[in-house]
Write a protein that binds this ligand. Structure first.
Ligand code: OOG
Ligand code: MG
Length: 262
């Protein structure tokens, strides 16, 4: 740990205020180049503590930068992990207020809900498959608090991996009914196809993102509890949206998820 508790708390307040006021900031490693990985996750944990202290429930976990398309788009080569809160959820087919956001982008994500706890180290795809209760599709709206979406991995981890809004839709399926690797995803904006991919784009298998998350949490003495909603990360690159845009994502066997940006 390179930062002291006072710096961690100040940086959490700084990044969370930027989120809540829809205001961009420069990446925090510019001012704190000595910051390490533990500091980055400690800042994120402090943001989570602040939200929970104000009565917001943490309703899911997310993996980010798990697809090769996303890693390439953002210029990083390691996944990251964050959380989503109750107030970030929006209904399928609903409206997303762009005035509350800085520079939103949409991502198509294969999600799971667990029926058993997962704890690393040593968690693997098989253990994750055994712990999946059901699979469901979602769109994540990311909104980095960093100017022009320019960041490094430590800065984005501290910023709760750009978490902003999410929409769960479509229909859920039992994992035995699906092949998570070949599951196709087509992302449309204003009726035009913007990106497409299959589940294998996420680390070769979306369950690998969950295993990696369990191993990451295990190293910090935490586990993924039963009943956890987990977003495994965007399968394609993220697509920028603005007021007036309609987004519809079709997931093979899981239905579609849509929203309008106003
Ligand atoms: C970081 C968050 C990435 C995903 O699904 O890859 C993410 C970012 O690109 O701003 O949520
Ligand atoms: Mg995402």
């Amino acid at each position: 740990m390179a930062l002291d508790r006072k710096d961690i708390e100040a940086l959490a307040a700084h990044l969370e205020s930027a989120e809540l006021e829809a205001r961009d900031v420069t990446k925090i490693t510019d001012d704190y180049p000595q910051m390490d990985w533990a500091d980055a996750y400690d800042i994120q944990d402090e943001i989570r503590r602040r939200k929970e202290a104000r009565g917001h429930k943490t309703v899911g976990l997310k993996a980010g930068l798990t697809s090769f398309a996303k890693m390439k788009q953002m210029g990083v080569d390691v996944p990251c992990f964050g959380f989503v809160s109750d107030y970030m959820a929006r209904p399928d087919g609903g409206e997303i207020q762009t005035s509350e956001l800085i520079h939103p982008k949409v991502e198509a994500e294969i999600c799971i809900v667990t029926k058993a706890p997962l704890r690393g180290p040593g968690c693997h795809v098989g253990a994750v498959m055994a712990a999946i209760d059901f699979v469901l599709p979602a769109v994540e709206i990311i909104d980095s608090r960093y100017r022009d979406f320019k960041f490094d991995l430590k800065s984005v981890i501290a910023d709760n991996t750009s978490a902003s809004r999410f929409v769960i839709g479509g229909r859920s399926r039992r994992v035995e009914e699906l092949d998570l690797r070949t599951l196709g995803v087509v992302l449309e904006k204003n009726g035009q196809i913007m990106a497409m991919a299959a589940g294998a784009a996420v680390l070769g298998h979306p369950a690998a993102a969950v295993a990696m998350m369990a191993n990451h949490l295990g190293a910090r003495g935490q586990e993924i509890p039963a009943g956890t909603f987990i977003m495994t990360g965007g399968v394609t690159e993220a697509i920028a949206v603005q007021a007036g845009d309609s987004v519809n994502v079709r997931f093979q066997d899981l239905g579609s998820v849509s929203m309008k940006f106003v």
